[in-house]
Design a protein around this ligand. Structure first.
Ligand code: THU
Length: 137
């Protein structure tokens, strides 16, 4: 099993914890921080649908809560449906923490990799603000 397959297997595992009673679409994500530490998350829905949280957002914000400010890789997969690609909001969340590599799955469940700049071209990020964020904030 290569690294991408291992990450997708872990994403499938955390997708099993998904709280998705409305969509019944279970998603899991794993992020690898720049220091190699891994964090995972699943989607967590809400009766007020707009308050729902994607799996990638859960994993990224969990990493941030542990002090992570640089993320190298995000892997995402779902248990109910033929592959899933990150929503626009999650691509922007990835942009904030410098994600390079996004791993998702094709219809057969095999890992496929894309650089974030291919999924979010001409993006707006921290460097585009006059007062760019400090790594301490
Ligand atoms: N979802 C994710 O968690 N990540 C994605 O990449 C696509 C969509 C969730 C949001 C919602 O809970 C459910 O999947 C259906 O959209």
């Amino acid at each position: 099993m290569n690294e991408a397959q291992r990450l997708i297997a872990e994403a499938r595992n955390v997708a099993g914890k998904s709280y998705s009673p409305y969509s019944k679409f279970r998603v899991g994500a794993v992020v690898i921080a720049a220091d190699g530490t891994e964090y995972s998350g699943c989607n967590v829905e809400n009766a007020a649908y707009g308050a729902s949280i994607c799996a990638e957002a859960n994993a990224i914000t969990t990493a941030a809560a542990h002090g992570v400010r640089e993320i190298d890789t995000v892997a995402v997969t779902c248990l109910d449906g033929e592959g899933c690609t990150p929503c626009g909001n999650c691509r922007q969340l990835m942009r904030e923490f410098g994600v390079n590599r996004v791993i998702m799955t094709d219809e057969s469940g095999a890992p496929v990799e894309y650089p974030l700049d291919k999924l979010l071209p001409m993006s707006f990020g921290p460097d585009d603000l006059q007062s760019s964020r400090s790594v301490d904030q």
